[in-house]
Write a protein that binds this ligand. Structure first.
Ligand code: BF8
Length: 675
């Protein structure tokens, strides 16, 4: 017996093959390093723990204590009537729909609570309760105020005058914050959608009343013994997802733009190679720019830079991980150190003097990795703490934001001297252009003198641009890090599809050099390459963080408004994709795109296989309601061609398929691309 125990103890855990785990060389290098040091990362844990097969199928119900009830699909499928049921009688369709709906609720709550936090800071600014935040972009405030029913002008003495900015700010702040919990009416931003789409929402009864209520109602309806009709459960999922996409997340983006400035294209770099051996490396990780904006300001202050030099560092290198990376990249050019799956590796460099986190997508294992190095790991949000005793909690409050930020930066500087001799920073990094938005697409592709998306539409109609794809979302340790994103995006741009990207997908594109205008000549089909060259844009436009997927909704709305491509988002030659999704937030985003008329393809896997009837509803039947539907394809090349086929179908329906034939590649250019 003792011998068996010894053998078990001696058995080494299986480790990830770094080359199979990631296509990024910096990531491979640091996975290997962590393994040499005996530190486990997500890549190793993914080979050591397999996902539960029943959960993968979406048919495990743990919503009451009689369960969990597990309803896997029998091998060989079901012949005849499907008699599977839980103890209460819940069918596979009901269970899978409940699980799906709860993901929509969780995702909506994450984006929307983030939005609420921004709205609260915005109200503090409006009430002049804080000196540290200011309205940086009054033009954006003027642009969004009418959507909240706030007038920007007033008639006085027969003249039209601009209203006082402080008054407008306060009115917008109060009305916006009420959107989370008002007792009557519907979300005000819904009217920003194309009229045809809004009418569909009216017809199908899915206009959200307020943000919080739709999340609460999902939790109620999916509780034991409530809603037992999968179509009705998905109706509420649609409503809740709209409260995210056209509500909480959209307000997060807009209010952040007003407070911190709407992004404009800027130059930066990407990947772990941005960290510097001779500087203090401070990594900001999470999602809410309310914190990271202050850290950027503090780290750039003369006071902090002088202090860093006094402590022997040449400067302060900020880097971002996850969507915080996108927030500080798009507004300040702070380079991202990595995507979701690279968070532990930033510490494994041995050069991370502090990592400061707020909410969402933060691995609890960061604390264990930080223990092996000198890294200070700092949590800042009252709703996101860690149990490990090496984690420092410094609560961040907008009323003394700059003081808090300086304390954090000081802690990172003081820790610089504590580095070991074990610093290894991979050399890999790529240049990139990031920070596009609805306004800058209009400027670059529409021309400011037109003030519309006319040129973009024109290029879609004439076929130089075949269509648009929003490629967004996470990394997933069940797929090869970044590979699905990159292969998919390359296949799309090769086929003249202009890609709009956010979240970790945008970070992946930056890491692999796809966010430069020069990319166009190398990877694009001739039509898209020509447009990118003339206009001077990359074929993949970085549109920000995951809440900024709302920029894609609004860009699509502008395309509809500009004319010539139908009267609804569902008419456009466009699609959405999340090839390496993992978060519940991705499901909420997918559902609001589907409910907004978009064909959405996810990679990896969808937890629907255990309920084929419900799956068919999401993959086919729902299209009749909103014009959008779900799909899933793990192979990135097939995934790209599903999108391209859809785009071609829409082009044919619009009668612009012939236009495209005129720009079809000749054999020589085709061979050059395939080489
Ligand atoms: O919100 S893409 S892994 S970081 S969830 Fe998370 Fe997914 Fe990255 Fe941003 Ni979005």
């Amino acid at each position: 017996m003792a011998e068996v125990k010894d053998k078990k103890a001696a058995k080494k855990p299986k480790l990830a093959d770094p080359v199979a785990a990631s296509m990024d060389l910096a990531t491979q290098e640091l996975i290997k390093r962590s393994q040499d040091l005996g530190i486990d990362t997500v890549f190793d844990r993914a080979v050591q723990m397999k996902p539960c097969n029943i959960g993968l199928q979406g048919t495990c119900c743990k919503n009451c204590a009689m369960g969990p009830c597990r309803l896997p699909l029998p091998k060989g499928g079901i012949e005849g009537e499907d008699t599977r049921k839980g103890l209460c009688g819940a069918t596979a369709n009901t269970i899978a729909a409940r699980n799906f709906a709860r993901m929509v609720a969780a995702g909506t709550s994450a984006h929307s609570d983030h939005g609420r936090n921004v709205a609260e800071v915005f109200l503090s600014v409006a009430r002049k309760e804080t000196e540290d935040y200011k309205i940086k972009d009054p033009a954006k405030l003027m642009q969004i105020a009418p959507s909240f029913g706030v007038a920007t002008t007033v008639e006085e003495d027969g003249e039209t005058k601009t209203r006082d900015l402080d008054e407008i700010t306060l009115e917008v702040a109060e009305i916006a914050l009420a959107e989370w919990g008002k007792s009557e009416g519907e979300l005000m931003y819904l009217k920003r959608a194309p009229e045809a789409l809004y009418e569909k929402w009216v017809k199908h009864g899915v206009r959200p009343r307020n943000v919080d209520r739709e999340v609460v109602e999902i939790m109620h309806r999916t509780a034991m013994g409530v809603d037992q009709d999968y179509k009705n459960i998905i109706k509420q999922s649609s409503r809740c997802s709209l409260a995210d996409g056209w509500g909480g997340a959209m307000m997060a983006t807009d209010l952040q733009d007003v407070l911190f400035g709407a992004p404009t294209p800027l130059q930066s770099e990407a990947n772990l190679g941005i960290m510097k051996e001779d500087q203090v490396n401070l990594i900001v990780h999470g999602h809410e720019p309310v914190l990271s904006e202050m850290i950027v300001a503090a780290a750039q202050s003369t006071e902090m830079l002088d202090y860093a030099k006094k402590k022997g560092a040449k400067g302060i290198q900020l880097g971002g991980i996850c969507c915080t990376a996108n927030e500080v990249l798009q507004r300040h050019g702070v380079p991202p150190a990595g995507t979701f799956l690279q968070q532990e590796l930033a510490i494994v460099t041995g050069a991370c003097d502090a990592m400061v986190v707020d909410v969402q997508c933060i691995f609890q294992n960061l604390a264990n990795v930080a223990k092996c190095f000198h890294t200070k790991l700092i949590t800042t949000h009252p709703i996101a703490k860690m149990e490990q005793d090496n984690v420092i909690h410094m609560e961040f409050d907008e009323h003394h934001a700059m003081d808090d930020a300086k304390k954090i930066v000081t802690m990172a500087i003081d820790n610089f001297a504590n580095r070991g001799a074990d610093v290894i920073i991979p050399r890999h990094k790529e240049p990139q252009i990031a920070g596009f938005g609805v306004e800058s697409i209009e400027y670059h592709l529409g021309g400011s003198f037109r003030g519309t998306y006319y040129t973009l539409n024109d290029n879609i109609i004439n076929g130089r641009i075949r269509g648009l794809a929003g490629v967004v979302g996470c990394n997933n340790a069940r797929t090869k890090h970044n590979e699905e994103h990159i292969l998919l995006v390359k296949e799309l741009i090769k086929n003249d599809v202009l890609v709009l990207s956010t979240g970790c997908s945008a970070l992946a594109c930056g890491t692999h050099g796809l966010l430069t205008p020069e990319t166009a000549a190398v990877y694009c089909g001739p039509g898209l390459a020509e447009v990118c060259e003339v206009v001077g844009i990359p074929p993949v436009l970085h549109l920000g963080s995951c809440v900024d997927n709302t920029r894609i909704l609004l860009a699509a709305t502008e395309v509809v408004k500009a004319g010539g491509l139908g009267n609804d988002i569902s008419d456009l030659p466009a699609a959405g994709s999340a090839p390496e999704w993992m978060s519940e937030k991705a499901i909420a985003i997918g559902q609001y795109f589907v409910t907004s008329g978009v064909y959405v393809v996810f990679g990896y896997h969808m937890p629907l296989d255990g309920a084929p009837e419900f799956k068919k509803y999401l993959y086919e039947d729902i299209e009749e309601l909103y014009g959008g539907k779900w799909d899933c394809e793990p192979d990135p090349i097939k995934h790209a061609h599903k999108i391209i086929d859809h785009i071609d179908k829409k082009r044919a329906a619009l009668g612009i398929d012939k236009a495209r034939e005129r720009v079809l590649m000749d054999m020589a250019s085709r061979q050059a691309l395939d080489a």
